[in-house]
Design a protein around this ligand. Structure first.
Ligand SMILES: *Cc1c(COP(=O)(O)O)cnc(C)c1O
Length: 187
């Protein structure tokens, strides 16, 4: 970052979907703000099962969606953003429908989406949040995913498969395995 002053923001995939790596967002956040840059998190397939500590972790915005660890149906994403960062983004969207600032303003003013509301997806999301809470929230869901991951990884290793990543990088959500020791092809 010191060599690239044009870099203004650091963006990280919390749990990276293809490799299955669980990135250390707290360390990356610290390094980012130490270098005077801003931090954005794609927590699509981690939020709801892995902690994103809003009170201690510094970031401008974190993005997730209804259909991953919250276990709702696909249909919308959501963003937790610092209001100051969101206010600065006014007029800076490359797309009409993904203009978060415009949607935020419209929601504040009218309580409505700017386009046809996805009523059934929101209803399913509320149900998914109830289920999430009943399961024991983020900690319990993360623990269930970790148990499942351990069963699968142990079983696959017994069958002779190798994980792409070393143990401490393995996310509880996605694990990538080599098809065989020699092929180097991942599944
Ligand atoms: C699934 C996923 C997306 C795409 O999200 P959808 O709401 O399913 O389209 C983006 N980034 C990551 C890291 C993901 O896992």
């Amino acid at each position: 970052m010191a060599e690239a002053p044009a870099i203004t923001h650091v963006f990280v995939a919390h749990c990276e979907t293809s490799s299955g790596i669980l990135n250390p967002i707290a360390e990356i956040s610290e390094a980012t703000y130490r270098a005077g840059r801003k931090f954005l998190i794609d927590s699509m397939c981690a939020f709801g099962a892995i902690p994103v500590e809003v009170s201690t972790l510094k970031f401008e915005a974190v993005v997730s969606s209804a259909n991953k660890c919250i276990e709702g149906v696909p249909g919308f994403g959501f963003v937790l953003a610092r209001k100051t960062a969101l206010a600065k983004a006014k007029g800076n969207a490359h797309s009409l429908c993904l203009d978060l600032h415009a949607q935020w303003q419209h929601m504040n003013k009218s309580g409505q989406w700017r386009f046809t509301p996805l009523t059934h997806v929101v209803a399913a999301f509320l149900e998914a949040l109830r289920t999430h809470k009943a399961e024991g929230g983020m900690a319990a869901r993360g623990a269930r995913y970790r148990r499942n991951r351990d069963v699968i990884v142990t079983g696959m290793r017994e069958l002779g498969f190798e994980t792409l990543l070393d143990e401490h990088w393995l996310s509880p959500i996605i694990v990538t395995l080599f098809l065989s020791r020699r092929s180097g092809i991942c599944v």
